[in-house]
Design a protein around this ligand. Structure first.
Ligand code: SF4
Length: 326
């Protein structure tokens, strides 16, 4: 634990791992939410192990986003804040999930009375280890909480990623997402078409993700792309987002529909990076959050692959699905 914090950075485990693996140089990777802790953690690791520590200043959006350049120059790379992706195991990368120790009781007391008698329980790396505790609490109140196993991209039962909702059990009428932020809950709602409530222990509130607003935005983006004559199909070089064959398949499909189609490859997909490319629409095969979360910041519509298929008439509107990575 870090003093005064409600997150467990597992420093003893890190020190033991470094000593056991005899790592002389270690790298640290943090998502932006934990980056403020990086220097303090780096100093503690150095003090306790004598290792040389290097902090990555590159992005760390998920376990999909391993700093492969840094990995080449260190013996071990600790990636904080995400659960590992089992079908993407990379040698010498160690996931430190940074579990939250916050008291869930206040927010769970609010959830009782708002939810039905059978709910699917979901969370992210910070709270997923608390789901059995939530399940017990619900059971004491006559509610059945279902925790379900996901596919090979999912490390723990009940864990959701912004690109994978396979642990959302179909065997319930609604979901309770324990965590902060709205995107994961929004993704669950879009992927399952079932109601989702967010039990946010940090804000101590129950809320619903704004599904209608996002659906309106996505429909508007697809409509703007209906008359597109050219498309840039984005491939991310991030190791767990790299979907090259999907991109080449989309290019072939676009060309069959008479579009001028180009593959663009990038590490960071930003408005600045895409600015020089004069196309009518982009399709992102990278993290689905790029299209859905950041829709307003790009000059032209950025669609997910299923949305692009709708825009060119390869898929019916009614068959639109959330873009998930297996
Ligand atoms: S692709 Fe996006 S949502 Fe999926 S793990 Fe990576 S950062 Fe998270």
């Amino acid at each position: 634990m870090m003093p005064g914090d409600m997150y467990d950075f597992n420093l003893n485990y890190i020190a033991d791992t470094i000593k056991r693996r005899r790592a002389g140089t270690v790298g640290l990777q943090f998502p932006s939410g934990f980056a403020r802790m990086a220097i303090e953690i780096s100093e503690k690791i150095r003090e306790h192990t004598g290792s040389t520590v290097v902090i990555s200043a590159n992005s760390c959006f998920g376990a999909c986003d391993i700093d492969c350049g840094l990995l080449e120059s260190v013996d071990l790379l600790f990636q904080f804040g995400h659960a590992e992706i089992p079908n993407l195991r990379v040698e010498n990368v160690v996931a430190i999930e940074v579990e939250s120790t916050i008291d869930l009781l206040p927010v769970m007391e609010q959830a009782i009375g708002m939810i039905g008698d059978r709910v699917g329980l979901l969370s992210t790396a910070q709270f997923v280890h608390r789901l059995p505790e939530v399940q017990r609490y619900l059971r004491e109140h006559g509610i059945s909480g279902v925790i379900s196993r996901g596919d090979a991209r999912i490390a723990h039962p009940g864990l959701v990623l912004g690109c994978n909702f396979s642990s959302a059990t179909p065997d319930c009428d609604e979901y309770l997402y324990i965590g902060t932020g709205d995107f994961h809950a929004l993704g669950v709602a879009l992927a399952t078409h079932k109601p989702v409530r967010i039990a946010d222990p940090a804000m101590n509130e129950i809320r619903k993700p704004d599904v209608d607003r996002v659906l309106r935005q996505r429909c508007a983006a697809i409509e703007r792309a209906l008359d597109a004559e050219s498309v840039g199909i984005i491939v991310s070089t991030k190791i767990g987002q790299f979907r090259e064959s999907l991109a080449f398949g989309l290019r072939e499909m676009a060309e069959q529909h008479g579009l001028d189609a180009h593959i663009l490859i990038a590490d960071m997909v930003t408005p600045e990076a895409l600015l020089p490319f004069d196309v009518d629409v982009f399709v992102s095969t990278a993290c689905p959050r790029i299209a859905i979360d950041n829709t307003a910041i790009f000059r032209v519509p950025v669609l997910t692959p299923p949305e692009f298929e709708v825009a060119i008439g390869e898929r019916r509107w009614g068959d639109l699905v959330f873009d998930e990575i297996a």
